[in-house]
Design a protein around this ligand. Structure first.
Ligand SMILES: *Cc1c(COP(=O)(O)O)cnc(C)c1O
Length: 378
């Protein structure tokens, strides 16, 4: 059967590709390094703003040796404090850059080290940050924006979980709910921000700041790979499985992994059969919506419910990754249960999809399943 028919029939797919080795990846590891330095520079402010943290536990996660296979690890972004997902990486970087930009506009950036959290809050109070989300990005951006004194407006698609909206409202963010999908929420968020010249819209489909925040993960990953039993080589590469929604998070992480490990890493994107937007666009030859082929309904993997791919990541996806996977809700739920029972880790359905891909290609040695979020129900 033709791949397009398989997509339309919501079949589970493994689609390996011949990686393009000649594309310019647009960014360098130095760009990612600068994002990492930003996290370090802002750390004292974060620790003042959030009681629950006393170190980098809100942007650095453990690499945990799993019992799900002989040589497989879980990258536990599900256990990140504050934002509870991979979105802490991109979202916090985006807000920190905005803080720096505002300080610069006001001629105060060179005094950064002398400013207290309260000083920063007073200056940021005149500005609004808006974002559209299926839940986790809104949570990350909204919590961080409020912590630094911004007004925050979060446009949530119908997929967003109640506890995330509740938590945002508790810290004073405005949450606008749509009974529609993520693409629609993006449209409304962008429109809303255009009407207020003091408002800044975080564009998940285009943002380089989100992308580089995700990419900054490479420095902790390299450290953890070196101190674990993983020894990546071209013959026995690292295998990294990344759940993919719009593609920003897995794209940023993949860019950095590829730049760092070159041919000693195989990278895979994993999508739900209802929203295989990156794979469909790849097969189609241009960025397109899965609505065009009749997909885009409900899925248990709400964090991946994006109908069209990132315009930043899609053009380079063939240089980043070695293949695509898609899985249906039934399989994803089974995987979630396995991780929760065998490794005793509470995970979001979206992240459990990584396990299915690992199993489908017969549990290769040196595997990392990126556990992108948890399902803490607050
Ligand atoms: C957002 C998200 C992803 C994927 O990130 P994209 O940038 O949308 O591709 C994966 N898992 C979880 C839990 C997420 O919240």
């Amino acid at each position: 059967m033709d791949i397009l028919d398989k997509l339309k029939n919501r079949e589970e797919i493994y689609y390996p590709i011949e990686r393009n080795r000649n594309t310019d990846l647009r960014f360098t590891l130095y760009d990612a390094f600068l994002a990492k330095k930003r996290f370090e520079r802002f750390a004292p402010l974060f620790m003042e703003a959030f009681e629950e943290i006393n170190g980098p536990c809100y942007y650095k996660s453990d690499l945990y040796k799993s019992k799900l296979g002989a040589d497989v690890y879980l990258k536990l972004d599900s256990e990140l404090k504050v934002a509870h997902s991979v979105k802490a990486r991109g979202g916090f970087n985006e807000v920190m850059v905005k803080v720096e930009d505002v300080l610069k506009e006001n001629g105060m950036l060179d005094k950064f080290d002398e400013l207290s959290l309260n000083d920063i809050r007073k200056i940021m109070a005149a500005y609004t940050i808006e974002v559209s989300s299926t839940g986790n990005l809104g949570l990350s951006i909204g919590l961080c924006a409020k912590a630094f004194g911004f007004k925050a407006k979060v446009h949530m698609s119908r997929d967003a979980k109640d506890w995330k909206k509740k938590l945002l409202r508790e810290v004073g963010a405005e949450v606008i709910e749509y009974d529609s999908d993520y693409t629609y929420a993006v449209k409304m968020g962008r429109l809303s921000a255009e009407q207020n010249h003091m408002s800044y819209f975080v564009d998940d489909e285009m943002s380089e700041k989100l992308f580089l925040g995700y990419a900054a993960s490479i420095f902790e990953v390299a450290e953890q790979v070196a101190s674990s039993g993983l020894i990546p080589s071209d013959d026995e590469p690292l295998h990294v499985f990344l759940p993919c929604g719009v593609g920003g998070a897995p794209g940023g992480i993949a860019f950095a992994l590829r730049s760092f490990f070159k041919d000693s890493v195989r990278i895979y994107f994993v999508e739900p059969t209802e929203y295989p937007c990156m794979l469909y666009s790849f097969v189609h030859g241009e960025a397109a919506s899965v609505n065009d082929i009749g997909l885009g309904g409900k899925t248990i993997a709400d964090g991946l419910a994006c109908s069209a791919p990132s315009k930043l990541v899609f053009p380079i996806v063939d240089s980043l990754i070695d293949g695509f996977f898609s899985f249906n809700d039934e399989s994803i739920l089974r995987a979630k249960k396995d991780i929760e029972e065998i490794d005793e880790k509470v995970v979001e359905a979206s992240s459990a999809a990584a396990l299915l891909a690992y199993e489908k290609i017969n549990r290769p040695k040196n595997s990392i399943l990126w556990i992108t979020g948890s399902n803490v129900d607050k």
